[in-house]
Design a protein around this ligand. Structure first.
Ligand code: HEM
Length: 141
């Protein structure tokens, strides 16, 4: 038997208040997925600027004066970069946990407890992110 739902107007932005766990899970998953794609290209762009390091003298590399090392050191000295790294970890952990959860749901596992497993992904992401802060911010101040 088929069911029909009145979904209301898409143009009514006030509808975000009606969103339930499944909608937030969908939004967060798309958002984190595309942030990861954006990071991947940024990462390649930044590291590709360090290619000249391969042509440098052994002594320069040893002293850490090469372009690659200087690029990384300069970036890691910025507090903003350290904070963005924590954000990247949060985004990646959530995408992996929620993505794994979705794969199980596709297999028919956990269909009855989708809200709970979404909240579990969020809480676990929060815990792992908070636990990572001392490592990412070490020596930043
Ligand atoms: C263990 C790692 C990962 C798992 C388990 C995973 C899982 C998934 C799953 C199951 C979906 C489909 C969700 C749906 O049904 O709508 C998805 C979507 C997506 N993933 Fe991942 N993913 C992983 C890593 C990544 C990485 C590393 C990237 C980017 C570099 C990425 C980018 C995306 C994007 C952009 C989408 C959304 C595509 C769309 O708009 O339909 N994922 N992921």
């Amino acid at each position: 038997m088929s069911q029909s739902h009145n979904r209301g107007l898409i143009e009514d932005f006030g509808r975000w208040r009606e969103f339930r766990a499944g909608m937030w899970a969908w939004i967060f998953h798309k958002f984190t997925g595309w942030v990861l794609v954006g990071y991947l290209f940024t990462h390649i762009a930044v590291l590709s600027t360090a290619i000249p390091a391969s042509g440098q003298e052994a002594a320069v590399l040893q002293a850490g004066d090469d372009v690659y090392t200087q690029t990384i050191v300069t970036l890691e000295e910025l507090l903003l970069v350290r904070i963005l790294e924590v954000g990247l970890l949060a985004v990646a952990v959530f995408h992996i946990l929620n993505g794994t959860r979705l794969l199980f749901i596709d297999l028919g596992v956990g269909l009855e407890s989708q809200d709970k497993s979404f909240y579990a992904s969020l809480i676990l992401t929060g815990l792992i992110t908070v636990a990572s802060v001392p490592t990412f911010l070490a020596g930043a101040f």
